[in-house]
Design a protein around this ligand. Structure first.
Ligand SMILES: C[S@@+](CC[C@H](N)C(=O)[O-])C[C@H]1O[C@@H](n2cnc3c(N)ncnc32)[C@H](O)[C@@H]1O
Ligand SMILES: [Zn+2]
Length: 332
């Protein structure tokens, strides 16, 4: 943890400032182990292996903890990076472009292995803070610690240890895994200053009936409950199908003269062609990610629109992404 992160941290219980009570170990300028103390209610929070810890997954509600445990495992196993992440990220947060990050104070809700925290830092954010509930913070910290303007915090998105100070907050692929997606969205929005901006990307209900009908029962009753190493191996079978289909059919047909007329009629074409550029490891991550989640909500456009109205956001743009998900951007 870098000293300057202290300027932004607030007690998640009483919102007061925090002080560095003790440091047990430094690695260069990074505080690796130590304690933070609330200046008002005197609660203590640990810094462990470079990450301030505001929520221990074992102390949060069982449904949230199961999600954190599975994703924590996932992001400690799938630690690869891919040069296609930047374009994929911009697709999720459109109309935001990389220049938008310049000089902004940025918050990421549910940073996983930190791939987007890293991009935000590279794109010139003044400071970017990636928050995650799970052990994924270990991977995210390792991936971002060399970046002067990147910080990782372990916390629950419902109890964020910050004031209402951020110029921009975003959350990609997280809210639909929460027990109350809209509550998570509201909590994230509550940390954006007036005039700042917010982006969110969630699974859509529309066009995903085949998942909710056939894949979800399997995910809920089986794949999210079995041993994760077993799922790692079992998920290679559906990944092989996706891999062959995208490499032999979807990719080539969609690249033919900028997309053949036939390709547009293929099942789930927009999404499958969007992942056709990825190699085996990334496609395996995507399939595993879908199967490991204990909770997944599929959100209707009208419900997503209502979330933005509820926080009184202005200039909201909501877009259909790959014809299977919703991305939103608005001003607070
Ligand atoms: C599908 S991953 C997406 C990670 C990242 N946004 C990305 O796109 O690479 C969902 C992430 O949300 C995190 N998460 C789930 N529940 C959370 C909560 N209550 N508070 C904070 N993070 C949470 C998980 O630990 C996981 O890392
Ligand atoms: Zn306090």
């Amino acid at each position: 943890m870098k000293h300057k992160l202290l300027d932004y941290l607030r007690c998640p219980l009483c919102a007061a400032t925090l002080s560095l009570a003790s440091v047990a170990r430094y690695e260069e300028a990074e505080i690796m182990d130590g304690e933070l103390a609330c200046d008002s209610c005197a609660r203590m929070f640990s810094i462990v292996r470079g990450v301030p810890r505001f929520a221990m997954p074992e102390k949060v509600a069982a449904d949230k903890a199961a999600t954190a445990e599975n994703f924590g495992w996932q992001w400690q196993h799938f630690v690869q990076s891919d040069e296609l992440y930047a374009d994929q990220f911009l697709g999720w947060i459109a109309p935001v472009r990389s220049e938008f990050f310049e000089n902004k104070l940025v918050l990421e809700g549910g940073c996983g292995k930190g791939r987007h925290t890293q991009l935000a830092a590279d794109w010139g954010a003044r400071e970017v803070i990636g928050v995650d509930l799970s052990d994924a913070v270990e991977t995210a910290f390792a991936a971002t610690r060399q970046l002067e303007n990147a910080h990782i915090v372990q916390a629950d998105i419902y109890h964020l240890p910050f004031g209402r100070v951020f110029d921009y907050a975003f959350s990609v692929g997280v809210l639909h895994h929460l027990p109350d997606p809209q509550g998570g969205f509201r909590s994230l929005a509550s940390k954006v200053r007036a005039g700042g901006h917010l982006s969110a990307w969630v699974y859509g209900a529309e066009n995903n009936e085949w998942i909710t009908r056939f894949v979800d029962p399997l995910r809920e009753k089986f794949s999210s409950r079995i041993d994760r190493r077993a799922l790692l191996h079992l998920s290679k079978f559906p990944t092989a199908l996706v891999y062959l289909a995208t490499k032999l059919v979807y990719g080539p047909l969609n690249r033919l003269n900028g997309g053949s007329r036939f390709a547009r009629h293929l099942f789930y074409n927009d999404y499958l062609s969007s992942i056709s550029h990825f190699g085996w490891q990334e496609q395996h991550t995507i399939v595993f990610d879908h199967l490991v989640a204990p909770t997944s909500h599929y959100i209707r456009r009208e419900d997503f629109e209502a979330w933005w109205r509820d926080i009184n956001a202005a200039d909201v743009t909501i877009g259909w992404h790959n014809k299977n998900s919703w991305r939103g951007f608005g001003k607070i």
